[in-house]
Design a protein around this ligand. Structure first.
Ligand SMILES: [Zn+2]
Ligand SMILES: [Zn+2]
Length: 234
């Protein structure tokens, strides 16, 4: 299909059901959005530590948390990443620099993030950084883009080193090893996190190794506690 026709189709039809969009919704129609359920709205058991699924409802925590102790207090995720519509939007946003997909995601997340922040108090919100290569390719940090669209204030005080190895397709154990030492904090920020409770925000929780690594860094720099909020739980 020629690119311009593809663009036309893409712009005016729901990514999920193919229905023509009426202009008040972008990329996904209102009906498909109304079928999306957040993790908190689902009936299956959730791990109290990492927000992963509990396949055995009698278990206290998930398989991963039963043998590995994360450095963060708790992760809360908003949606499961298995939702095809969310995966598609995230793919467009993260790998095809599609800002409209980012705006649509922000519109789906805003109310849920705000509700979470209204019921959980933190001294500081910190965004997870992307490497400068990813930033150049994409044109934005996808976490910060969404937080800005949602009107949520945050501090951007971390950096991911250039040439950091890619984490995809590694096991949880391999990820924890390869990610060690890959993040640094602005020197001037040390004072502002001392004895503060921190909420770290990232886009997708896969193995938790990124959040774990950054939590360790923040705690070594005297943060009193670190919790995480992630838009999606893989
Ligand atoms: Zn639809
Ligand atoms: Zn868990």
């Amino acid at each position: 299909m020629p690119q311009n026709i593809l663009h036309f189709f893409f712009r005016s039809h729901c990514l999920s059901c193919g229905k023509t969009l009426d202009g008040s919704n972008i990329l996904i129609c209102g009906r498909c959005v109304s079928h999306l359920k957040s993790i908190q709205e689902q009936s299956e058991g959730i791990c109290p530590k990492c927000c992963g699924r509990l396949y055995n409802s009698a278990a206290k925590d998930c398989f991963q948390c039963s043998y590995y102790n994360f450095d963060f207090e708790k992760n809360t995720s908003i949606y499961y990443y298995k939702e095809p519509v969310l995966k598609e939007l995230m793919h467009l946003f993260k790998f095809e620099s599609n800002r409209r997909a980012g705006e649509r995601l922000a519109s789906l997340l805003k109310e849920k993030i705000t509700a979470f922040l209204n019921t959980n108090a933190f001294d500081i919100i910190i965004s997870t950084p992307v490497s400068s290569e990813s930033f150049r390719k994409r044109g934005y940090n996808q976490v910060e883009f969404i937080l800005e669209k949602c009107g949520i204030p945050f501090l951007s005080i971390l950096k991911r080193k250039t040439g950091s190895p890619h984490q995809m397709e590694l096991s949880a154990q391999e990820r924890r090893v390869t990610i060690r030492g890959q993040y640094v904090m602005n020197k001037n920020a040390v004072q502002c996190i001392e004895n503060k409770s921190i909420l770290l925000i990232d886009d997708i929780f896969t193995t938790g190794s990124t959040l774990n690594e950054i939590s360790g860094l923040l705690k070594r720099n005297k943060a009193s506690s670190v919790s995480a909020l992630t838009f999606f739980r893989d």
